[in-house]
Design a protein around this ligand. Structure first.
Ligand code: KG4
Length: 345
């Protein structure tokens, strides 16, 4: 039952290759269904047209399951929140169109969500029976995924500022592209993480970029990794197989060192010690350990999302919708998705 004071948000996420729907009631998660698309594995990356088609197939069953699991009827929902971008346009169109139709059919407000804000606010999702630690404002968020590597100054739930970002590849791209060079399947990040646990992180050294301020660069690392392997393979054609674990551990250590160096700098510059991480790469065990180490050393309060909230998910879209709902920030029916968006768009 929805007694009028309850705020129940249906969230829809379809920015890349995960179709997801979630229900949040008064900030507490009731369901979060994610249908991942296996079809891309054979291609070494996400194929946009296949992703759009899979979203089209998945969206209705996924929403249906999310409502059933939450035990919520359509007429109890206060608003529907959807990812407007950034992401693949064809994929975004599926979620956007579904949300528009749902809002019209149920006569409820439509809320557009910036996917990046969603990753940042994933830390505000409450779950029944799970201890809730809420990051205080202002805090810093290291947002690291397949499409982004940013340091965000978070002033409020809906007020954020990018203070550092990659000038070329994202950290997730560095994991995935280097994995591809080693002949591993897509996405390579989780596999590198797994193999790195059994390797020596100091076995090989790769060049780290010198980029000004709080910005990142990962394209040089990818190139240096490629040339390094090319030279070693000339001497020994089995070099990758024989050194896979050490290669993964050394590469992962380099990426983490690059990420942490600028995060430490950002914390020092801003004087902020309340620090969160988010995005797909925040699932990396090496990065999580590095965060814990720095937290001890520098007296940081850190917040690491649970695994289901590191990847693309509609729970983070619903929680962001929950905050926008309370500020009456609604979208019109002529809203269109955008492939590119900044944190405050
Ligand atoms: O946020 P996300 O699910 O989606 C997009 O960016 O669209 O992030 C996906 C990225 C991929 O690059 C993937 O390789 C990386 O996150 N990733 C990881 C790990 N799990 C996912 N990278 C390193 N270690 C992991 N455990």
């Amino acid at each position: 039952m929805n007694n009028k004071k309850d705020i129940i948000i249906l969230g829809i996420e379809s920015s890349c290759d995960d179709t997801s729907a979630a229900v949040i009631k008064n900030g507490v998660l009731l369901s979060n269904i994610i249908a991942s698309q296996k079809v891309h594995e054979a291609y070494g990356g996400v194929v946009p047209e296949l992703a759009s088609r899979a979203h089209q197939q998945n969206i209705v069953p996924v929403v249906d399951q999310a409502l059933k699991q939450a035990n919520v009827n359509r007429d109890e929902i206060s608003a529907v929140a959807f990812t407007r971008g950034p992401g693949l346009l064809g994929s975004l169109l599926v979620g956007t169109s579904f949300a528009k139709g749902f809002s019209l059919a149920c006569g409820i407000p439509l809320i557009e969500i910036n996917h990046l804000q969603g990753h940042v606010l994933a830390h505000y999702i409450q779950e029944e029976g799970v201890e809730f630690r809420e990051p205080k404002f202002p805090h810093l968020c290291l947002l690291v995924s397949g499409g982004n590597s940013q340091i965000i100054l978070v002033r409020d739930h809906l007020k954020m500022e990018v203070i550092g970002q990659t000038i070329d590849d994202a950290a997730g791209e560095a994991f995935d592209k280097c994995a591809k060079v080693m002949g591993m399947p897509y996405p390579g990040g989780p596999l590198i993480d797994k193999l790195a646990k059994e390797g020596n992180p100091d076995a090989f050294e790769f060049a780290k970029p010198r980029i000004k301020d709080l910005d990142y660069s990962f394209s040089g690392l990818k190139t240096s990794f490629l040339y390094f392997l090319r030279d070693r393979l000339k001497e020994n054609e089995n070099f990758i197989e024989e050194n896979q674990r050490d290669l993964c551990a050394s590469l992962q250590k380099t990426i983490i060192d690059i990420l942490m160096h600028k995060l430490v700098k950002a914390a020092r510059q801003t004087g902020i010690s309340e620090i969160t991480i988010g995005g797909g790469v925040s699932a990396n065990s090496g990065l999580q350990n590095a965060m814990k180490k720095e937290a001890q050393k520098r007296n940081w309060n850190i917040y690491i999302p649970k695994f289901a909230f590191t990847m693309d998910n509609a729970a983070m879209i619903a929680i962001t919708g929950y905050y926008k709902f309370q500020k009456n920030q609604f979208a019109k029916q002529d809203v269109v998705p955008f492939a590119r968006m900044n944190i405050n768009d």
